[in-house]
Every structure is written in structure tokens, then in C-alpha cells.
Ligand binder design. Sequence first.
Ligand code: 3PG
Length: 402
Amino acid sequence: KTTGDLGDLRGKRVLVRSDLNVPLDGTTITDDGRIRASAPTIAALSEQGARVIVCAHLGRPKGAPEAKYSLAPVATRLGEVLGRPVAFAGDTVGPEAQAAVAALDDGDVLLLENLRFNAGETGKSDEERAEFAGALASMADVFVSDGFGVVHRKQASVYDVARLLPHATGGLVATEVDVLRRLTKDPERPYAVVLGGAKVSDKLGVIGNLLGTADRLLIGGGMVFTFLAAMGLEVGKSLLEADQVDTVKGYLERAEKEGVEIVLPVDIVAADAFSADAPHDVVAVDAIPADRMGLDIGPESGRLFAERLADCRTVFWNGPMGAFEMAPFAAGTKAVAQALVDVTRTGALTVVGGGDSAAAVRQLGFADSDFGHISTGGGASLEYLEGKELPGLTVLDEEDHA
Ligand code: 3PG
């Protein structure tokens, strides 16, 4: 159901779950992509005269307030993006929030304080989440689920509230699911997936599933060293998940059987230490010195990856190719971003998945419009591609219990 199916929303209290989990440097938002992506749903509800109550999380506080995880700076930025004031409640379901909801006029927007300041938000069992979910639901008439980045979480504001209130899918969640469905259901080929980031253990599920759908798998980032080790290469002091080497060996064998091309770097930027001013050199992938760590894919690999992406019709990318936050190790990520931009211009569908990857391409100077779609979901988009059932989506298909 879309918000249009909820009837006339004028004067109704609409609880919207958004994903406003943005990176902060102190109280400065360093990438507001998720706020900009969430704004259209909130603006549309406000224009319809709804009393909009936005709820969201920031970081991973442990069920109690912590000043550094306050959503206050996000309320300010959301107001700037919407071009209208956004009220902020200093608690989530407490007296401040109750009073702020009661004070809302038609069309007003309120942001509640971090949901995860309440242990009930992330409780493991339905019982542990029930009281908090009930308190959230009691403040609203209807619920709109628009936090795509959290649909893989079975949490009170994502899952339980949808079972307590008449609910609808927000525009952002609908768009994200639409794009990801195009990747899983009969993608235009060749279909390539570029995976990077630190840990292969976070990506094992998705790799397993992609061996059945993708034509090419390009691997970079910290996780590549577990692949190189699986091929019998020495990786020096590079990040290595030794306990995953056998699993990766199995994947390499499966890829060969299924005819999936695995593209690995041919050269590596190897440094003395994890630091921007550490001495570093480009070395062949089979010549990583024992006392050095790989912090980026090398220039030859950047060219190879670009070449393997150039004729693709569908590309999904998650995870940086190196420690891009440090200038000497950003070139690999930049090369892949540029390759995606180039192939987008040929009409291919390109999707950048994940808050970190999205922030990386913006930090490197690319615009959102350079790519087909920048997903707001990291874990959520990977779990979707893994073929997992996402509780925050399945609950929206249930009939209203309320
Ligand atoms: C994200 O950053 O991927 C989402 O906001 C979900 O956050 P979480 O991994 O802390 O649940």
C-alpha cells in the first residue's frame, strides 16, 4: 500500500520511520544523503496537511541517551532541506514527545529523539519490544515505513509498529525496492557486481547468492586479501580473515563451475602502516612485502576493473576499494566510481549500495546524478540481494492488524 491508500491525511498524526543515520563529525553532518533522500516523503505528507512525526535512529547507542548520538543536528538539517521548520523532541515517547505531538498543527513536522535511546527499540524478542512499540504507536493514527536502510532490522519502529497501526510503504522504500528488484529479477546482461570494504565475512551471504545471478564479480577493498590468500598468495600485514580462507576457496571453485568471472586486482598499493603519511609503493599482487599492508588496489587494477565494467548493462557496487579517506589510498575507489559513471552514460543501470559507498563517491567529488541509483541502504541492500526475507518489508505486505 502507498500513502495514497491511507485516505485523507489532513489533520492525521502520521508516524514516519526514516533512516536518518548520517555520519557526524561532532555535531557537523558530513554527508546528508539520507536526509535528502528522506525529505520528499516527509514533504509530501506535510503538504497533504498531515501532522508528521518522524522517527529515526543514529549510531548504535545501547538503549539509553548519549549526547553524541542525539538527532538534534539532523532536525536542523532536515528543516533546511524541507525549507520549513522541523520541531525536535528531546525524548522519543516521553513527556516532551507527547507535548510536541499535541502541539502539532496540520502540515507541521516533528522529529523525535533517537529511537535507540530506548532499549525496547532493539529488543531481541517480540515481548521485549512490545511496550516501546505500543508507546510509539499510541502517538499516531497511521504509520509510513520509509527507512529503507533499516528494513532488514526486526525492531520496534520498523516491524512492530506496522502491526499496530494502519500502514503504508513510503516513496523511498518503494523506489529502492523497485531498483533492487531489477537487479535480482532478470537483470540486463552482462551484470557485474563490485564488492569492497573491510570484511569478507559481512559479504559471504551475498557472494554466495551472486554466484547464481551475476556474470562478473570484481573484488577489492580489505576483503580482497582473504581472496588472495585463498589463491595461495602472501598478503604481508594486510587485513586477512584467516578463518574465511576455506570458504572463499569454495566460492572460487563454484564460480569456475558456474562460469562466473571473478576479477581480482593485479597490483596493490602497499604501505608501512595504516596512515596517510606512511611510505607506500605499488607492488604486483604476488609481491606484497611481508612487512607491508595493502591499502588500495593499484592503478593497473583500476584500469582492469574499468575495462571489465565498460560493456556491462547492469552494475551493483558496494564497498570502497581501499582506505579512500586517506588521499594516497583513494585512487582505486575513484577509478571504480569513474567506471560506473562512464557505463551509466552508455545507458546501463548502475546502483551504488550503502551509506559508506554513497558517502565515498560524494567525498570524491561525484554527484548523485552521475549514477543510476544511490541506495540509502548498506546492510539492507546486501540482504535484499542475498535473497533474505526482510522483516521491515514483509510486515508491510500483511493486512492491517489495527
Ligand atoms: C545503516 O547505517 O546501514 C542503517 O542505518 C542501519 O544501521 P544499523 O546497522 O546500526 O542497524
